[in-house]
Ligand binder design. Structure first.
Ligand SMILES: Nc1nc2c(c(=O)[nH]1)N=C([C@H](O)[C@H](O)COP(=O)(O)OP(=O)(O)OP(=O)(O)O)CN2
Ligand SMILES: [Zn+2]
Length: 152
């Protein structure tokens, strides 16, 4: 039987650096990240009654969760790897924090792959409360590069 999903896209600006990278990405730099969140509901079909009749989920409800959990927290932040192997990353984070600038600390190297995995974990519970399951998360770091996590 076929299954129907919906996908909503988001974007925000964020800086990071990849400690240990052998090319340009070891430098402090930024991206306009694009995130695609694809969900199905438990039946794999659209809802049959109520205000979301004919919908997997109202796009607005999906938007509110993703903005709250991810986009609003990360927009215009420096994504700081707290276990970075580069001293300069700790120094930058400290300087920004002392000057009341937006720093979001994570315990993973901030690659698109690790972000996609982390976003999956951040969204899973809230979506479950709406009767939804994640089908895929895609994190676009540039116009030509993305990482994807898919459900089974
Ligand atoms: N597998 C991964 N490789 C790289 C990542 C990553 O998260 N996962 N990240 C970076 C850099 O942070 C940055 O995103 C550079 O990526 P890249 O695609 O190389 O960027 P370009 O500007 O060179 O893209 P073009 O469209 O090819 O010009 C590096 N690698
Ligand atoms: Zn980058």
């Amino acid at each position: 039987m076929s299954q129907i999903s919906v996908t909503k896209s988001f974007s925000w600006d964020m800086s990071h650096m990849l400690a240990g990278h052998q090319g340009q990405c070891k430098n402090l730099h930024g991206h306009t990240y694009q995130l695609e969140v694809e969900v199905v509901n438990k039946a794999g079909q659209v809802q049959e009654v109520g205000p979301a009749r004919g919908m997997v989920v109202d796009f607005k409800d999906l938007k509110n969760i993703v903005k709250d959990k991810i986009v609003n927290r990360l927009d215009h932040a420096f994504l700081y790897w707290s276990k970075s192997t580069a001293d300069v990353e700790h120094q930058i984070a400290q300087l920004l924090q002392e000057n009341d600038r937006k720093v979001v600390e994570v315990d993973f190297r901030p690659t698109a792959e690790n972000m996609a995995q982390h976003f999956w974990e951040l969204l899973e519970n809230d979506l479950q409360e709406l009767g939804l399951k994640l089908a895929a998360i895609r994190v676009w770091e540039t116009e030509t590069s993305y990482a994807e996590v898919r459900g089974e």
